[in-house]
Write a protein that binds this ligand. Structure first.
Ligand SMILES: Cc1ncc(COP(=O)(O)O)c(C=O)c1O
Length: 327
């Protein structure tokens, strides 16, 4: 297990996402806040007051939280690039599907680049949205490079990770994720988020370091794709090699350049989990009636392995962000 903690993170402050993001989502057809479900059995197991699961298994008609970021970013980016005919994205599943769905709704073309490790089922789900799919026989990082290389004059890259020179649209995506946190009306002591490139964690830290409620934020990664935790430990962004993991949405080798400074300063702790730990968490959340895929259930796995290192009491309220449905 890799573990990193930053005691100074709690006092760090930043600026909140624009208020109009929440209004945009609330005006969408089919918008509903996702449930925040108490799981008393987990509270008892972990000797805390409450464990609440923010359940993103159904969000805007898709089985993951990703449309919140992609759809706001497409809306904002098209204001700046009104002549766009095609949207391009790389994905390990959920983001690409959300981009493809919105492209079809707007009458635009979508071209989605997918690393070879992604399941045939996820690939078919993206094709079924009407997108052109290119399988990249390599990692997620390589699929992002291929997507960026495919951009031409009338196409727009909608990527949920940033790098130097490509940061405007990824920031829109992170702004879009703010809605998930704005919906949470309780005042937690700890919020646990999964980390791929760190964009959803960036949104969590931004939300909880810009308003009146300042819980600790714990980020969780697969041991086999721990780019953010490795970077935090190294004190600078590092790239790790990736292979296969059941936590497909977290299978990323390089932190987002926008997420990195925010997580370095404002993330309280990061921890890695093993495959078996994530799968057990999928089962346990399923038994509690919550459909949660391994990328989302990783939060429960991370809470379990980090429990003894966290300053929790029998009165603590914990929110787990379960980012996708079980597959
Ligand atoms: C279900 C799920 N959870 C979590 C993540 C991680 O998000 P990020 O890459 O912003 O850290 C992803 C990213 O694809 C995902 O699909």
């Amino acid at each position: 297990m890799l573990w990193h903690s930053n005691p100074a993170a709690r006092a760090w402050r930043t600026t909140a996402a624009p208020a109009e993001v929440f209004a945009f989502h609330q005006a969408l057809d089919g918008y509903q806040p996702t449930p925040l479900t108490a799981v008393p059995a987990l509270a008892a197991e972990l000797a805390v007051g409450q464990v609440l699961v923010k359940d993103e298994s159904q969000r805007l008609g898709l089985p993951a939280f990703k449309a919140l970021g992609a759809w706001w970013a497409i809306h904002r980016a098209l204001q700046d690039h009104p002549r766009t005919a095609e949207l391009i994205a790389a994905t390990d599943g959920n983001h690409g599907r959300a981009v493809a769905r919105m492209a079809t709704m707007l009458g635009l073309k979508a071209h989605v680049f997918i690393p070879a490790v992604v399941s045939e089922r996820s690939v078919e789900a993206i094709r079924s949205e009407g997108a052109t799919v290119t399988i990249v026989d390599d990692s997620y990082d390589a699929a992002v490079v291929a997507a960026a290389d495919a951009v031409t004059g009338n196409s727009l890259l909608i990527q949920d990770s940033a790098w130097p020179g490509y940061e405007v649209i990824p920031q829109f995506i992170v702004d879009g994720y703010s809605t998930l946190f704005r919906e949470i009306e309780v005042e937690p002591d700890l919020v646990v988020v999964p980390m791929g490139v760190g964009s959803i964690a960036q949104a969590a830290v931004t939300h909880y370091r810009s308003g009146p409620v300042a819980p600790a934020v714990l980020g969780v990664e697969p041991a086999s794709a721990a780019c953010v935790t490795a970077s935090l430990k190294a004190g600078e962004p590092v790239t790790v090699s990736t292979g296969e993991t059941v936590m497909a949405g977290l299978n990323c080798g390089t932190p987002s350049s926008l997420a990195w400074p925010v997580l370095r300063s404002g993330l309280d702790a990061a921890v890695t989990v093993e495959e078996t730990e994530a799968l057990r968490a999928v089962e346990d959340l399923g038994a509690a009636g919550i459909s949660s895929g391994a990328s989302g259930a990783a939060t429960l796995a991370g809470l379990r392995v980090a429990r003894e290192r966290l300053p929790l009491t029998s009165a603590s309220t914990i929110v787990l962000i379960s980012t996708e449905a079980a597959s």
